[in-house]
Write a protein that binds this ligand. Sequence first.
Ligand code: LP5
Ligand code: MN
Length: 245
Amino acid sequence: MQVHFISDLHLTADRPALTVVLERYLTGSARTAAHVYILGDLFEYWTGDDDTEDPLNHHVADLLAALARTGTQLHFMPGNRDFLLGREFAARAGLEILQEPTLIDLDGQAVLLCHGDAECTDDLAYQAFRSQVRSPAYQAQFLAQPLAARKQFIAGVRMKSEQAKAGKQAEIMDVNAAAIAELLRQNGYPRLIHGHTHRPALHIHEVDGHSCERWVLSDWREDSRGAHGEVLIWEDGRLNRLPLD
Ligand code: LP5
Ligand code: MN
């Protein structure tokens, strides 16, 4: 049995080549997976499920739904950019929305899944912003606004976030080791898989005498190599990274 993990695709109409990589993956190697877990930031940003103006949203829903129809189970965990993705889009795309964090069983081994932003606890400005925008009352008030107003607000947040990041030290934008240790402790010392930081690596955390693997997923991007991504694949009791282009 294969189980796949991807995150941080940051799909946008501005980078169509990334959607082509996704299309090749979903019609290719994803077909051999029993489960595909999308661990957040599938989209560059998400305005609300009623944003039906953007053809990209329909196209991605159709691609995911076509894979779901072949029997592969699709799971989506919200990222810091697409946490407003809701039940309507999930139903269209054949996705199950997961709570964060979620503990799964892979051939008898416990694996914990999260996006990764909640564990960046040194980034105090981000955590303050996060608790505000993750409040259900704030989200309901936001989603009640007209689409154009929401788009304008998000454009402002994206600009402010880029300015803020330019002034932050790289270390504070990574996960905090104590936050990871606490997460592992609370969940019975599993293996951990997350994205968000765009720093693909395998780390070992020694917590209370347990040795826990932390797999950080790669983001998908367009650079001098062209558009490319990566999927982490569980098969025969081990994890392997498969490059996608
Ligand atoms: O995503 P990434 O990795 O680039 O940066 C994140 C943190 N930034 C964010 C913001 C998103 O990137 C962009 C917004 C996506 C749309 C979400 C919808 C929101 C609508 C409201 C819903 C109810 O998550 C960044 C972290 C970085 O990860 C590393 O972990 O540092 O955090 C910031 O930069 C946040 C700033 O420090 C503080 C907040 C600035 C925003 C202020 C809002 C004022 C709005 C004014 C609008 C006119
Ligand atoms: Mn993220």
